[in-house]
Design a protein around this ligand. Sequence first.
Ligand code: ACM
Length: 642
Amino acid sequence: MKKTLPFLLCLFFSLAAFGQAAADGIALIPQPVSVEKEAGSFTLPAKSVVLYGGDQPEIAGIASMLCSHLSTATGYSVSPKAGGSGSGGTIQLLLLPQEDKLLGQEGYRLAVGKKRVTISANRPAGLFYGVQTLRQLFPPAIESKDKVLQRSWTIPAVRITDYPRFAWRGLMFDVVRHFFTKEQVKQFIDEMVKYKYNLLHLHLTDDEGWRLEIKALPRLTEVGAWNVKKVGRFGYFSPPAPDEPRNYGGFFTHQDIRELVQYARERYVDILPEIETPGHSLAAIASYPELSCTPGAEKYRVRSGEEIMVWPESGHFYGLVDNTLCPANDKVYPFLDKVFTEVAQLFPFPYIHMGGDETARNFWETSPAIRELMQKEKLKDLNEVQSYFVKRVEKIIESKGKKLIGWDEILEGGLAPNAAVMSWRGVKGGIEAARMGHEVVMSPTTYVYLDYMQSDSAIEPPVYATLRLKKSYEFDPVPEGVDPKWIKGGQANLWTEQVYNMRHLQYMVWPRAFAVAECVWSPKESRNWGDFVRRVEKHFERNDAARIKYAPSLYDPTIRASRDASGQLLVDMENEVDGLTLHYSFDYSFPDPFYPEYTASIPVPKDASVMRIISCRNGKPIGRMITIPVTELQKRADRGKK
Ligand code: ACM
């Protein structure tokens, strides 16, 4: 008893604090550095003023955004007012007259008193993030785009001090595999900044399209931006017939990009442009076949989702067509010079991403031009050929006053002198680059690939890998033994092969991007999976109010199958969220909380064809009905046995 009493007391107080936070409705993502609950609450008056200090127009912009957030759902009159450093106003946005070292460039303090809310920061960015936190203190209905009839809009009194762990908090958006318009990119920015992301990596070119106007190279968008519209499972489509119209796609004009850069900047987001080289370049080759070293490239067309690369179970992947810019082709470098000249003029961000991943080299292996280049430049293998290419690209990018960043394959054959590395094949490449004194952004498939399935393949739209929410929440951009000064931050990537529209995009992004936001903003010590799940569920309500889709996959079990010594097929399941029960049937009927509950390995009845599963909480269904064929269970049990 002596030992258990302090433990029980501790548990009681932490549960009490947990319950208190829940009762107050405080559910912030990402979790701030410090939240001190105070007595009382603040109720937004029907006529409110957001008073902002300083005369910078950007602070006026932040104040107007806040007014618009608060007035839409409430129907109240919430208006901005320039107030120097004077007092008054219902909500105050103040730039601190003296630097508060703790807060840095993006931190803020938020004080909610009974009569007034004050947000203070060293820089406008900090005020902007304070505003995002303030939004989250209001009930979910504040996110509604329509007026909501609600008696009062009350938030708990609280003192928050907050600043980010990393300066690079990125999301990558692939606007190639499926094209998303300027307005949709703006919507994406609006959604990401609520969670304090500050970097939008736009993947602008690939085999399926070239999405950026390059005035000096008009065919890139006349030809390269268009393919055949296909629907179904990307990568498995039939090859387009010659007469099928190539009318799916689109691109951003210079004017579109200027507008997007400005829109992002007003929300403290930088845009990192990616021009994919030397692989994944079929759209460029289809537009300018002379950039290839492979005879017959003039017959190539922009890919429409048919198979063009092969990934054998073992051995190296290879291309069915040569989708690379040829490093041995002298026309390639002036081409890239023209491209990067315009990219550098359009995007103020100091880095340009040159891709560098997944270069199929089987055509290089047999190319006389590549062989000649290797002899001339004394390159001993194709890694060194790629490295030769990357180093030349770095010189071009640097000649435009920019820095090169690329996927971790750019390490192969020797890293270019000043290159930054985006580590995606796990964290290994990032560790290697950091040890060599290069900047690193961590973006490993294992934690942050938002295109992967979110739960069991029996229910998710099919993709070749799975990444569950809980795993994303374990992301740490700084692996052990690495000097953190080289790690700029972390980034989640949304590839869109299987993402056809904004609704599904949202489904893939949320809630995993909640998890990544917390991993790149909040102190590592504050991570708490159970409390995170509580907050995620509150943010589901916010998304519902904002009409933003999200995946309920955290309620789906992971389903495993095995056989016992007698060959009997058995099913086991695992939840990632505590407090759920799993109920099942084998008779085609729809299980509910009154059906048998999974507690131990379930033997599959001899003649059953399907198993159905539902997850429940407090005696009510909460998850989705999963139907899994017994043939699939057999496959899982017997995988790797033959
Ligand atoms: C990548 O996912 N191929 C960078």
